[in-house]
Design a protein. Structure first.
Length: 107
């Protein structure tokens, strides 16, 4: 019985992986589907996660003020917020923009 043929070795005795490149022909419809799916995956991964909503307690902590001040600003329509029924919802980034624009000053 003879020994199997020796594999080609590259520098320093490592296996030589210079095989010819693999070619695969795909139907245009499949190629288009794969490209669309890849684009969707990339877009999802690059899209920043949605900023979570915070309630009155967290908004008061973020602005370092009492909850009563948040309620007063909300009832006067002077602070950026969204309402979910009777709940007041805020985004930290919008509160920060509001403060930078001078929104926290008293009239």
């Amino acid at each position: 019985m003879s020994a199997p043929p020796a594999r080609a070795r590259g520098p320093l005795g490592a296996p030589d992986h210079t095989s010819p490149p693999l070619a695969l022909e795909l139907p245009p419809e499949l190629l288009e589907h794969l490209a669309e799916r890849a684009a969707t995956i990339v877009a999802e991964r690059l899209e920043p996660a949605a900023e979570p909503w915070i309630g009155v307690e967290q908004a008061a902590e973020h602005l370092a003020c009492p909850r009563s001040r948040i309620y007063a600003l909300a009832s006067a329509g002077r602070v950026p917020l969204e309402r979910d029924g009777s709940r007041l919802l805020f985004r930290r980034s919008r509160l920060d923009e509001w403060v930078r624009a001078g929104g926290a000053t008293r009239p």
